[in-house]
Ligand binder design. Structure first.
Ligand SMILES: Nc1ncnc2c1ncn2[C@@H]1O[C@H](COP(=O)(O)OP(=O)(O)OP(=O)(O)O)[C@@H](O)[C@H]1O
Ligand SMILES: [Mg+2]
Length: 315
């Protein structure tokens, strides 16, 4: 069997003298060339994980092996990892090329080679025509793209990106996701975190869903969708509270309906069989729960996420 490029075992990290648990015996294994999308709501522990892997956060327990060796046993190992942090760091008065040359200069890459790589990367992230302009004139999307290029300048074997598509327009998002996919196809292993279901559906070879410091499920999109099974997903909305809705639905018989998540004014249900839907509506009507809207969907990643975390993943 192939040795994983990254093997994380029992990683735990708490803040505030143990009061806030960010990672709780977290385990993850990543193979070479895999593009893993790490999906989790706010506070799930994503940034904590990336910060530990990038060496900026110490004081954790558990083990992290990179190509079979303790990641922190040798400084050179960390140079094989590229980090694209959630917060971007640039010299705003310098141009994109100069920034790349500066960050690349931290690794011992010969000047000529460094310049070639910087120019190639600017082309990859479609910034060649803006190479000399000061960063302060860049849009959010351009900055994000440059951030990705900086993470790649030392040709890392593993690239970690923390929410690389936050706060940018659709076009810039698509371009970053394309870059991630291509980097993976060229053999670099990638982990990227996100809140966006559509992004992982389109980009990853594997998806992991995490919440409260642990991975709840992982697999390909098809494997994850099997968690919900061959069911019809029904989203209902109306003037109801979460409590009243749950109480009413619990009394519904015969069974065959499962509550995936329920909040005030909106609930997600899974039906083994769509024939149960009219009966459910009548039943709710009898309990004086009026619905404004009802949508039927095929099982998707959102339904899996709701089933596992009980909450929705909207920004
Ligand atoms: N410096 C800190 N001090 C105290 N608690 C922290 C600190 N950083 C994170 N936490 C807590 O640790 C938990 C995990 O936070 P983390 O930032 O890793 O989550 P996240 O998945 O990256 O969330 P987001 O999607 O909002 O970026 C949260 O409960 C958070 O409040
Ligand atoms: Mg975060």
């Amino acid at each position: 069997m192939q040795q994983p490029i990254l093997e994380i075992k029992n990683l735990s990290k708490a803040y505030d003298r143990g009061e806030t648990v960010a990672l709780a015996n977290f385990n993850l294994s990543l193979n070479k060339g895999e593009v893993l999308g790490l999906l989790g709501p706010n506070g799930a522990g994503k940034t904590t994980l990336i910060s530990i892997l990038s060496g900026t956060l110490r004081d954790f327990s558990g083990t992290i092996a990179f190509k079979g060796v303790d990641l922190f046993s040798d400084r050179r190992l960390k140079n094989q990892i590229g980090i694209v942090p959630q917060e971007m760091a640039f010299y705003e008065d310098l141009g994109a090329l100069e920034n790349l040359m500066f960050w690349g200069g931290l690794y011992s890459i010969p000047e000529k080679e460094l310049k070639k790589r910087a120019l190639d990367l600017l082309s990859l992230v479609e910034l060649s025509s803006r190479a000399k302009e000061p960063i302060k004139k860049f849009s959010g999307g351009m900055k994000r793209r440059l951030n990705v290029a900086i993470g790649l300048i030392h040709q890392p074997e593993l690239l970690l990106l923390d929410e690389p598509t936050v706060g940018i327009d659709v076009q810039a998002k698509v371009s970053i996701l394309d870059i991630i996919r291509n980097v993976g196809l060229q053999g670099t292993s990638v982990i990227f975190t996100t809140h966006q279901l559509a992004e992982v559906e389109q980009t990853c070879t594997r998806i992991a869903i995490m919440d409260k410091g642990v991975i709840l499920a992982q697999g390909t999109l098809a494997e994850l969708i099997r968690i919900v099974g061959e069911k019809e997903i029904v989203v209902v909305s109306g003037e109801f509270t979460a409590n009243r809705f749950s109480e009413a639905i619990k009394k519904l018989s015969p069974n065959g309906v499962e509550i995936l998540s329920v909040a005030d004014n909106e609930a997600h249900l899974a039906f083994t069989n769509s024939e149960g839907i009219p009966g459910m509506m009548q039943h709710l009507f009898k309990h004086q729960l009026a619905l404004d809207d009802l949508k039927i969907k095929s099982p998707n990643l959102e339904a899996v996420f709701l089933k596992l975390t009980g909450r929705s993943l909207r920004d």
